[in-house]
Design a protein around this ligand. Structure first.
Ligand code: TYM
Length: 336
């Protein structure tokens, strides 16, 4: 029997993923690839919306793919591929652009945030149509599950709306996907500013634990994590967001429950001890992750071969879906 499908992706916008990407998305990718037919896409076309240097984009695309595999995605079992290798993504995006309302695209908070940062003239049309390309990524594979962090929820809702609208207008074509958002690590917060999410584009990078940084650098960041002035380790995300973030990170990495951690660190002056253990737990995951990435990057031909195989598998499914879509909307098939 065929397995239900899963798709997810990350933008190759930086030299390294951060712990939020890992705990918010990748841990679920690895777990879910056992039960799903999984597609993991490096979304280089999305990354182009912010105008990266070409050499950086090329390098970061490979580094991002290597991080997928280093974090536990099995390229034999799951398709690991680059978005621009599968032209059906942009082709379906156009059709979805013609289905999405201008107003609903303008309401996307990520677009509003990003365009507000650089001013409206700096925002590209690509940034505006970004969510329709993302919807195309997902809908091409008749995806049932999309493992992502909390910040992608709104894009997923739009994807569902577009799938339903297409199906109502043109007949049943798309599966309506569901977001899979983890309970405790849906939004890993910045260590420097625990009321803001850990983010690749944050101005203050001292709050980001980078998967490809040295253990020393990450330990330093954990040790200087912003907490609060009372000295008691308690579970109170409202009043103590820094401590809540550290407890969540520890629990996600170590598997120890938050209640057990709170009990163990109860009493005065335990912040230092908690930070020490968090730093250790981060290192246990991050150091071998980095080593595997270095190994994978040492053999770029092998990595590119994984990506070529992934694209081939992706195109088989994507091509069939796009053909159905083109037929449904009334495009004339190419004559022979
Ligand atoms: P991106 O590249 O910003 O982030 C990749 C994944 O990491 C999650 N994430 C977080 N999770 C928890 N805490 C955080 N602080 C945190 N920061 C990031 C994101 O939710 C995401 O799951 N639009 C997407 C990329 C994309 C995509 C897709 C995803 C394009 N097409 C199709 C899924 C399916 C993005 O910008 O992710």
């Amino acid at each position: 029997m065929s397995r239900p499908r899963l798709l997810s992706g990350m933008q190759p916008t930086h030299d390294s993923l951060h712990l939020g990407n890992y705990l918010g998305a990748q841990v679920n990718w690895v777990r879910m690839q056992e039960d799903f037919e999984a597609y993991f896409c490096v979304v280089d076309q999305h990354a182009l919306t912010v105008g990266p240097d070409p050499a950086d984009l090329r390098q970061r695309t490979r580094v991002t793919a290597a991080q997928y595999i280093a974090g536990g995605v099995d390229p034999q079992r799951s398709a690991v591929f680059v978005q621009s290798h599968v032209p059906e993504h942009s082709q379906l995006a156009w059709v979805l652009n013609c289905l999405a309302g201008f107003g609903e695209a303008a309401r996307m908070t990520q677009f509003k945030d990003k365009s507000a940062k650089g001013g409206q003239d700096a925002a590209t049309v690509g940034l505006f149509t970004y969510p329709m390309l993302m919807a195309a990524d997902i809908l091409l594979y008749n995806t049932e599950a999309v493992p992502v962090g909390e910040d992608q929820r709104q894009h997923l809702e739009l994807t569902r709306d577009l799938a339903q609208r297409f199906n109502a207008r043109y007949g049943d074509t798309f599966v309506v996907p569901r977001a899979h958002i983890p309970a405790e690590t849906a939004k890993v917060m910045s260590l420097a500013e625990p009321t803001a999410k850990m983010s690749k584009s944050a101005e203050n990078q001292s709050g980001n634990l980078m998967m490809l940084d040295t253990t020393k650098a990450n330990t330093k960041k954990v040790k200087s994590a912003v907490t609060d002035t009372d000295n008691d380790v308690r579970w109170d995300p409202e009043a103590k967001p820094g401590i809540a973030n550290l407890l969540r990170i520890h629990s996600a990495l170590s598997g120890e429950s938050i209640e057990a951690l709170v009990e163990r660190f109860a009493g005065e002056n335990k912040y230092g001890a908690l930070k020490g253990e968090v730093a250790e737990q981060v290192a246990v995951v991050q150091a071998p992750f980095k080593e595997r990435v270095d190994d994978l990057l040492a053999d770029p031909a092998e990595l590119d071969a994984h990506l070529a195989r992934g694209a081939e598998r992706a195109r088989e499914v994507a091509g069939a879906t796009l053909a159905r879509v083109y037929d449904a909307v009334g495009f004339v098939p190419l004559g022979r």
